[in-house]
Design a protein around this ligand. Structure first.
Ligand code: PLP
Length: 459
């Protein structure tokens, strides 16, 4: 009956229902209420997705940077089916266990760096970050440092939309929407790439994090949170040596380091985790997205022995947890997903295809004057559009440069994403599934080439 229903439905009907009944995340409600959904997806295979009109697109950002193993993986559907038939859901509250959650925890402990050996499960990235903040404060409280409560984050860091995670997010519109003015969450004024600006002669320079710690007093600071590479803030890479310097700074001031690996984790950067690129081991690591490649919703905070040992000494009920913490079906999918990443050597592929993408960007850089500031680590990539890169002159806002290029790509069958939330900002991100081939990278570059040419011509 459902199939019948689907074949009878058409875009207009779905669109009208969508307009009537759904408020979409990160969309303009007024526009959506009149225009409706731009695309209604129907299926996906590999790096390709299709809409209800049967139009095909390369999924150039793995949807929300999460479909790491690509679309349409039967193995993941099979394992979900099998687990659902056995027991779709059981709780991990009150000390109840389930095999997929236990096996996945062991697997995560074995693949994360250092002694990150213990996990607290969540259902996504925002919950992971809120949990990481709570556990950091709880850790210090248990150690007798009740005043160590502040969390330091960076400008343009994106940490999610639960109240605290959104407050830690360094994008003004998001940060302000949190509805909280939580004075315990401090946002530094530099973003990751800018952090080197300052005293460059000092090899350990840690940008403004150090100055915040010094002005607040380390006795008030619980943790620093950062993405190893900032994603939704516009793909910003850390200056060389920066993450190590922040690690050292945290050690010096007795502050915990939280790495938000929600985008970087599970192979995206050509290493299993983003921090591995710089051989840094955080105290807590927030994970989500790539842990299941989006086939089920799952997240977690992985903590080192130092933190876990203190929590494990607590002699009362821990008043924290989500209904879907350790969801057996999601965990079974997570386990199989990691198996696919390992068996198909997708981390290595991300590294190699990242190099191909870089070559493509070099070509675009040669050819298009407006293309500039390309960067990538593995398959987490971005570039800027500027009116005159040589003189650092951005496009006028009215040109809507990034939006227009994204739209030109969409017309040609490539879905990518842009960021223009600050004046003069026109950043485009590219982050395809880790399964992408050389030919598919070439097609991606070729579409970008045409899209850039078409936009430039209209200027
Ligand atoms: N942290 C980072 C780095 C993210 O990119 C995101 C989402 O894009 C989040 C946290 C929030 O994750 P979720 O949307 O699963 O809550």
């Amino acid at each position: 009956k459902q199939e019948e229903l689907l074949t009878k439905t058409n875009f207009d009907e779905l669109s009208n229902l969508d307009k009537k009944h759904i408020i979409h995340p990160v969309a303009v409600p007024k526009v959506h209420a009149s225009v409706g959904p731009k695309i209604i997806f129907s299926e996906g295979k590999g790096v390709y997705v299709k809409d209800v009109h049967n139009r095909s697109y390369i999924d150039g950002v793995s949807m929300l940077w999460n479909v790491n193993v690509g679309h349409g993986r039967k193995e993941l559907a099979d394992v979900a089916h099998e687990q659902m038939m056995k027991m779709a859901y059981s709780s991990t509250f009150y000390g109840y266990g389930n095999e997929p959650a236990i096996r996945l925890a062991e697997k995560i402990a074995s693949i994360t760096p250092g002694d990150l050996n213990t996990i607290f499960y969540t259902s996504g990235g925002s919950e992971s970050n809120d949990t990481a903040f709570k556990l950091s404060r709880f850790y210090w409280e248990q150690k007798g440092f009740k005043n160590k409560r502040k969390i330091i984050s960076l400008r343009r860091g994106y940490h999610g939309v639960t109240v605290s995670a959104q407050r830690a997010t360094g994008i003004d519109a998001f940060r302000n929407f949190s509805g909280s003015s939580d004075p315990d969450i401090l946002n530094a004024k530099a973003h990751l790439t800018e952090c080197e600006l300052g005293d460059k002669s000092h090899p350990e320079f840690s940008g403004c994090i150090r100055s915040i710690i010094e002005s607040e007093g380390a006795e008030h600071v619980a943790a620093v949170i950062l993405e190893p590479i900032q994603g939704a803030g516009g793909v910003h890479l850390p200056p060389e040596g920066y993450l190590k310097a922040v690690r050292k700074l945290c050690d010096e001031f007795n502050i915990l380091l939280i790495a938000d690996e929600v985008i970087c984790g599970f192979g995206r950067t050509g290493e299993l985790f983003g921090v591995n690129n710089w051989e840094v081991v955080p105290d807590l690591m927030s994970i989500a997205k790539g842990i299941t490649s989006g086939y089920s919703h799952l997240g977690g905070v992985v903590m080192n022995n130092r933190v876990a040992d203190v929590i494990k000494e607590y002699d009362d009920v821990l008043p924290h947890g989500f209904t879907y913490s350790g969801h057996p079906t999601a965990c079974a999918v997570g386990l199989k997903n990691i198996e696919i990443i390992e068996n198909e050597r997708l981390v290595e592929n991300a590294h190699q295809m990242g190099a191909e993408l870089e070559k493509g960007f070099n070509y675009l850089n040669e050819k298009h004057e407006i293309f500039t500031n390309q960067r990538n680590v593995g398959l987490l990539a971005g570039f800027d559009l500027m009116k005159d890169p040589d003189h650092n002159i951005p496009f006028e806002q009215s040109k809507q440069a990034a939006v227009s290029v994204v739209d030109e790509c969409y017309k040609r069958g490539l879905l990518i994403r842009c960021f223009d939330f600050e004046p003069g900002m026109n950043i485009i991100a590219v982050a395809p599934p880790l399964t992408i081939t050389k030919q598919e990278i070439e097609k991606t570059i070729s579409i970008l080439d045409d899209a850039l040419a078409s936009f430039s011509q209209k200027l």
